[in-house]
Design a protein around this ligand. Sequence first.
Ligand code: GLN
Length: 536
Amino acid sequence: MSKKNTKYIFVTGGVTSSLGKGIVSASLGLLLKSRGFNVTIQKLDPYINIDPGTLNPYEHGECYVTEDGAETDLDLGHYERYLDAPTSQNNNVTTGKIYQTVIEKERKGDFLGKTVQVIPHITNEIKRRIKILSKQNYDIIITEIGGTVGDIESLPYIETVRQLKWELGEKNSMVIHLTLLPYLASSGELKTKPSQHSVRQLMESGIMADVLVCRTEHKIPKDQRAKLAQFCNVPLENVIECKDMETIYEVPMYLQKQNFDDVVLKELDLKSEKDADLKDWKSFLKKFQNPKKTVEIALVGKYVSLQDSYISIAEAFKHAGADLETEVKVRWVYSGDVTEENIKDTLKGVNGILVAPGFGDRGIEGKVLTAKYARENKIPMLGICLGMQIMTIEFARNVLGHTKANSMEFDTATPDPVISIMEEQKNVIDKGGTMRLGAWKCALKNGSRLNEIYGSKNISERHRHRYEFNNDYLQEFEKNGFLATGTNPETGLVEALELPGHPFYVGVQYHPEYKSTVATPHPLFRAFIKACETSK
Ligand code: GLN
């Protein structure tokens, strides 16, 4: 295997959090990929959790699951959606993981009696985690450092960047610093001072930013750009404007217009014969921004007050919607508020319903009512993970007459545990990283709706659950028309249920949303939206 000279790009953030480092990193990744480079993007998170798997979605938004079963930061979803390439365990590292590894080594005596310290032991481990990706033969690794420069928690990462920049030598690495230019309405001005300060803060840590990307609500006037370049020690063309856009999918083009990719390639001494070809991306965007039809889909879940909790689902709607030239409007419905009395009004006029994934018993009965409403009123419905389990409970109660049917997650004493805990989960005590995670095979029944949708019999989808359809009830379900059309070929675990005769009533134990990208919209979302288009 040829050993490539991998180049490293570090993306830091200043002034405030939530500036969109993830989107800028993903956009840059896309531009560099389109210039012919093999790129991956990694996120380093400064918090102490081992991964975001145990975090409440309100804390950090959705937990994104990779093919190899890592529970990761939602930015990895952006990386995959932009690059159309899978990420892995190695693409998301937290301070918790770093310390865990170092402490385990210490316990084994690997440090031979040395005092274990942040420098060099923690920084070496961070370095190892960054460099590990180069074994996969990437030309360029983009590493996004979570948090904001100056945070106590980020210090070891920033120090590692300083060391690496020096070790790797000129032109082998670079730092892109993302800042905010606040707009003062009273004086009608964009202010550069906070950016100057955050660049200075980076310098105090021994790092010179090579490129400044400035988040701004307004165009940056020429003189302000010059001022930024001068105060931050970068060439004028290395000051890149990142104006607020209507959609995150416009960002790559906006950056490309300012030759962002050329600036980066020059800093890394890389040459490309290819111009960035964003033809397909542009055609997606055109369709996305000029839809011919509209559907409204109710997303029924319990974390709806923070829409980032369902970001992969919302983006999957956009990808598949654009493909069909259909705008998908989402009506966010908090399942805890849904009652028998208000359900008609709550769901009035929607063309489809998606019952979302989730954990715990809050809002469950509202979801069961929703599934009943969709089944009886022939409204297209897609249930994802917990959503499929809800469809199972509803069918058992209202069609099979097991009025107390439930999932063992919510009622361990139910006489009809139609959703039961998976055998291998029974003795699991630790909550973190112990669910059935990542990609598993699923065999689709010949002639089923899903078989037609996927155009294949054998598929693989990503998972994140502890409970499963209880196969003791399978015959009874199938006899009454709710068919298990997708199963795990080795274990028989039910992966998908569908109700023939209904316009679209499909529940899946897996999470199709994790695999939807701009370049490859997901067939299940596409089919669901198509069914919504024809529903009244
Ligand atoms: N709580 C359910 C389970 O663990 C569903 C999980 C989910 O929706 N991701 O099986």
